[in-house]
Design a protein around this ligand. Structure first.
Ligand code: ADP
Ligand code: MG
Length: 694
């Protein structure tokens, strides 16, 4: 191999650093260690195999050998302590590196490690039966006798992400240099830091890399986590920009809302009433509402949203209710139409499956203002759709929509109000990280008489129990859902499909009607299948997770999910929410197709908890934030250090501080264009110059 080849293959340390995105000193300082390796200072007499240690002794013997055809150089030392009783064999491997010739290298090393030289050795201790004692593989560094006392008892050695051509020691060295070179002014005022026990910035950066002890490391981490949150909170707050204005509402009589409530066959729960009054209050303001209603499956969010629509319609505007699936759109439409017709109001349905002719008529009616409430899928936000005066946008199951779709619909009116509904509760912590520009209402109460859903995890070979349960429930006139991960069987998947299950269940329950529902069926067929189930013509509905959201058939009392391990916890909770919608006991059977410890642990969460928030928090713990929210809600940034579960208190602190800074006029204009850490820091410093943080 020629030297040019070698050079081309292994990048220089600088090139390797650039590859990691580390070009400036600040980049290096913010390249935090993955972890810290604990190195104990030990006497030769006290060494234990398995520990990583720093120890010292005098060189008794030193040898250098070539290995692997000259590509590797192996050095061996034997060192001895003062008593002479304890010896240790140390080995170190090097790549033979140009420009030194092997001979030059030998000569230089030989001088460095002359007999009697005092050295420290750092590395893991092993027992080696060939040597017949303890050995250590690691770095041997000559030291002066005086410096022994400066070696701490316990060193936290930073371990970094590396790339080819960059070794740990080089990177550590570069970071040390950067720390010495880079003067840092802390943008967070000293008073604020003292009050909240936040370490000064340059100290925190030094200690996050080379902490003197665990306490200092934790303090450094705390400060830097605060920074991560604080920047994010500033950016989120400032993204709101100028608050748009609406014309002051004229008619606040709310008689439509009152008539609607009076027509309902039930009274609103306390939580529904409370949420509705918060919403009605928002609607009297001159700036648009932006409210998220979180309420568990079956808590009755739809009624509240429709009441809000009526309040806006009464003020002379239109409302739009956007839902994620065709099925749900149809179901909502049927329900809402029945509620609004007696009040003399017109509702219409628009989805991707609306016929061209119907769509044309509908769009002109909408544009003329003859339709008061428009229900539909994301078709509602498509370009051709124009409203006469869109005053309120309701987004049901908001976690299923992207920001783009939501904004497209919002653009269709003069600063319309926005009401988002979700039953996939965003853990409170995440809500604060992402949604601080939203007000949040909770419907934390189910309609009266609802019983907890009996939930059980079964293995595949216990499935006869499912049949027994279905038999007894169907015989009492109740209905059941069976959910599977796939529509059709495929060769290369172990997932079970709706079509196969349809067959199986038809044969197992010949005296009952079995229906099927999935997203690949035509819109008409889906409507028909759902209608047949709703009206009791079919007893068992075999489906994919299309029924996850919204489907509301109170007579259904059994939910069976096959291969439940393939679904997210929040999704399973949603599926379970399809039953338990009446005052009859309901059952949810989760069939564990994997039967691993992990799947068992996850599914047990549903057995133990009925509350969506607890389930969401558990899901967050098991899977991490990004996965829980999925790509649609990729609003959660990746943090280098922060952990949303662990650092909740700091998040709150950062949130309050950022709010106070922004209220005092701090602006981060152009923040999103700031690329480097240095630019951001400088920017933040300017922004905070005239503010007092408390
Ligand atoms: P979700 O919050 O899951 O969207 P829905 O709005 O679909 O829940 O409501 C679930 C069911 O409960 C519906 O059949 C609805 O009519 C009914 N419901 C809503 N509010 C009440 C209430 N206060 N009392 C009794 N039933 C209610
Ligand atoms: Mg709903």
């Amino acid at each position: 191999m020629t030297s040019t080849q070698t050079q081309r293959k292994t990048p220089t340390p600088d090139a390797a650093l650039a590859k990691l995105g580390l070009t400036t000193d600040l980049d290096l300082l913010h390249h935090y260690p993955k972890q810290h390796q604990v190195i104990h200072r030990r006497k030769l007499a006290d060494l234990q195999p398995g520990e990583t240690v720093i120890t010292m002794g005098r060189v008794v013997r030193h040898s250098i050998k070539d290995a692997k055809g000259g590509q590797l150089i192996v050095q061996t030392w034997v060192i001895r302590d003062k008593t002479g009783r304890h010896r240790l064999v140390c080995t170190q491997f090097h790549k033979a590196r140009l420009p030194y010739t092997s001979a030059q290298w030998r000569q230089q090393q030989g001088q460095t490690y002359a007999q009697g030289q005092l050295v420290t050795v750092t590395g893991p201790v092993h027992h080696d039966s060939y040597v017949g004692g303890l050995t250590i593989k690691g770095d041997v560094v000559p030291i002066r006798p005086k410096s022994i006392s400066t070696i701490p008892k316990r060193v936290l050695n930073p371990v970094y992400r590396l790339s080819k051509g960059l070794d740990m020691q080089t990177l550590q060295g570069r970071i040390r240099e950067a720390l010495q070179r880079t003067p840092l002014h802390d943008p967070i005022p000293a008073k604020f830091r003292q009050r909240h026990h936040l370490m000064e910035l340059s100290e925190a950066l030094a200690h996050i890399h080379f902490p003197p002890d665990d306490g200092q490391l934790e303090a450094a981490r705390r400060r830097l986590v605060f920074d991560e949150f604080f920047y994010l909170q500033m950016a989120l707050l400032l993204r709101r920009g100028q608050v748009p204005q609406r014309v002051k509402p004229q008619n606040l009589s709310r008689s439509l809302v009152e008539r609607f409530k009076a027509n309902l066959p039930f009274a609103l729960t306390g939580a529904q009433r409370c949420t509705l009054s918060q919403i009605l209050d928002d609607l009297t303001q001159t700036f648009p509402m932006n409210r998220l209603v979180q309420g568990d499956v079956g808590s009755g969010k739809t009624v509240v949203a429709v009441a809000a629509c009526l309040a806006v319609i009464e003020q002379g505007h239109q409302a739009a209710l956007m839902v994620p699936t065709e099925t749900l759109a149809q179901q909502h439409y049927a329900k809402v139409k029945a509620w609004l017709e007696p009040l003399g109001l017109k509702t219409a349905l628009l989805t991707g499956h609306t016929s061209t002719k119907e769509r044309r008529i509908l769009l002109s009616e909408l544009w003329l203002g003859r339709i008061h409430l428009m229900v539909g899928t994301h078709a509602l936000s498509s370009t051709a759709v124009q409203y006469a005066d869109l005053g309120l946008v309701v987004i049901d199951e908001q976690h299923r929509f992207g920001v783009k779709q939501r904004n497209a619909l919002l653009k269709k009116g003069p600063n319309p109000h926005l009401l988002s509904l979700t039953a996939t509760p965003i853990p409170r912590t995440l809500a604060l990280a992402m949604h601080q520009d939203m007000d949040v209402s909770l419907i934390d109460e189910l309609p009266p008489g609802r019983l907890p859903i009996v939930t059980q995890v079964l293995t595949q070979d216990q499935s006869h129990q499912i049949h027994r349960l279905l038999d007894s429930q169907l015989a009492q006139g109740f209905q059941a859902y069976v959910v599977l991960p796939l529509v059709k069987d495929t060769d290369n998947s172990e997932m079970r499909s709706v079509e196969t299950a349809l067959d199986t269940y038809q044969r197992a329950f010949p005296e009952y009607q079995v229906g099927m529902l999935h997203g690949q069926m035509s819109s008409a067929a889906q409507t028909e299948a759902l209608e047949a189930f709703r009206t009791g013509q079919t007893d068992i509905l075999i489906a994919t997770s299309v029924i996850e959201v919204g489907v509301d058939v109170p007579n259904a009392t059994v939910m069976v999910v096959e291969q439940a391990e393939r679904f997210g916890l929040a999704q399973l909770h949603q599926l379970r929410g399809r039953v338990g919608r009446s005052d009859h006991p309901s059952y949810c059977i989760l069939v564990d197709g994997a039967e691993t410890a992990a799947s068992a642990e996850r599914l047990q969460v549903l057995v133990q908890h009925q509350d969506g928030f607890t389930i969401a928090e558990a899901d967050l713990k098991l899977r991490g934030a990004g996965d829980v929210l999925g790509h649609k809600q990729a609003g959660v940034p990746k943090f280098a250090l922060a952990d949303l579960m662990r650092d909740q208190a700091l998040l709150k602190l950062a949130h309050t501080a950022a709010r106070s800074a922004v209220n005092q006029g701090a602006r981060l204009k152009g923040w999103n264009r700031m690329v480097t850490e240095a630019q951001r820091r400088e920017h933040l410093e300017k922004a905070l110059r005239h503010t007092h943080l408390n």
